[in-house]
Design a protein around this ligand. Structure first.
Ligand SMILES: *Cc1c(COP(=O)(O)O)cnc(C)c1O
Length: 382
């Protein structure tokens, strides 16, 4: 996450001094609206909608795409729990797909998990790395499925020259403190589909009449929720957006430097990646889980993926137990077949996660330190 700086402070002050904290009071010249326009232009989509979190962005994207009760949505076994929870919030059920060594959804397992009730594939770009979008898009097309990208961890990244979030029918970004754009909390829905945008817009503001000039007039009003952001959030994001690309470029450069040094080690391999040129994160994979565990325990800035809590499906307690806030509002009862999960639902994913470590690119240190840091990792002195 780029450090919050003086530009954000100045922008937020402008909002506070004006005293118009509701985004709509900012109008066309408001920070939030300008941020959305600039984000759309950067990502290459027709519409962006700022919302209060990445989870909200996923829910609004799913609702926008018309996903609901009776639908199955394919999600990877390795992602933040919010991906699966968002599917449930839309009334559909998540079906777990194995990851491969790239740590993203395995296209071959997607084919195996498709049923007559599958409506959408929800690939997740994890760890500042990207999914195999060529293969996944081809499967979506072949089976006539919607493609919804969880790009919460991949804001600003590209896959073969196209920005993630813009490749599928609709994408979701998160702007929480850990992500590539940081407004503390925040998110965005990005799409070039007028109808998905209209429905997401309506849903995010209790069936909005406020921006009815932007709504597709063929879309009847339905009740929604409140996922709005305040103009304070919009001001932070607008101030920070110009720093996004330089930030991603720096991370890409560090990945290259470190991957180069680390790939000389015989103890592990740098994980294969779906687009090595565009990777802005780094993971290494061992032959055995015990080796990965010992490597991570002895080094700073290294974390074994199986030990990252609710990123691993076996730790998604509400999903594993299929529990929602009200028994009669339970998407599993509306599914067209029995959907069950167990520890063994995705054994290959667990094996890969137990053998893989994330390596910090050390953004807090100058770039020159990347060489030394990588050599220290290899030697075990980090
Ligand atoms: C962060 C994240 C989310 C949710 O974002 P919030 O802004 O925390 O709601 C969803 N999916 C993935 C993969 C994430 O990393």
């Amino acid at each position: 996450m780029p450090r919050v700086g003086v530009r954000e402070i100045v922008a937020v002050n402008q909002v506070l001094i004006k005293g118009q904290l509701l985004r709509y009071r900012g109008g066309e010249n408001g920070f939030t609206t300008r941020f959305e326009k600039e984000l759309s232009a950067k990502i290459g989509v027709r519409h962006s909608l700022t919302v209060n979190s990445g989870t909200s962005a996923l829910i609004a994207a799913l609702v926008g795409a018309g996903i609901g009760p009776g639908d199955e949505v394919l999600v990877p076994a390795y992602t933040w729990v919010a991906t699966a929870a968002a599917v449930l919030a839309a009334g559909a059920v998540p079906v777990l797909v194995e990851i491969d060594e790239t740590l993203m959804m395995d296209p071959q397992d997607i084919e195996r998990k498709i049923t007559p009730y599958t409506r959408a594939i929800l690939p997740v770009h994890m760890l500042n790395l990207v999914c195999d979008m060529d293969a996944i898009s081809a499967i979506a097309k072949k089976h006539n499925l919607l493609l919804i990208e969880d790009a919460c961890q991949g804001v600003g990244l590209s896959y073969k020259g196209r920005r993630v979030g813009s490749i599928g029918d609709v994408g979701a970004f998160s702007f929480n403190q850990y992500k590539n754009l940081n407004s503390g909390e925040g998110g965005a829905v990005v799409t070039s589909d007028d109808r998905i945008f209209s429905r997401a817009l309506m849903y995010h503001d209790v069936g909005s009449y406020t921006r009815n000039h932007e709504l597709n007039s063929n879309e009847p009003y339905f009740a929604g929720v409140n996922f709005r952001v305040s103009e304070v959030t919009g001001a932070i994001l607008h101030a920070q957006l110009p720093r996004l690309d330089p930030w991603v470029r720096r991370m890409k450069k560090r990945r290259k430097i470190m991957a180069d040094v680390l790939s000389r080690s015989k103890a592990f391999r740098v994980s294969p990646h779906n687009d090595p040129e565009d990777g802005a994160g780094l993971t290494i994979v061992f032959d055995r889980a015990a080796e990965a565990k010992s490597f991570a325990s002895k080094r700073r800035g290294v974390e074994r993926l199986i030990d990252t809590g609710r990123h691993v499906y076996t730790n998604w307690i509400p999903v594993m137990t299929r529990r929602t806030h009200n028994d009669r509002l339970n998407p599993y009862d509306w599914a067209q077949r029995e959907i069950e999960y167990s520890e063994d639902t995705c054994p290959r994913s667990l094996d890969i996660l137990a053998r893989t470590c994330r390596v910090s690119l050390g953004p807090q240190f100058p770039e020159i330190a990347s060489y030394a840091f990588a050599r220290m990792l290899v030697r075990g002195t980090a």
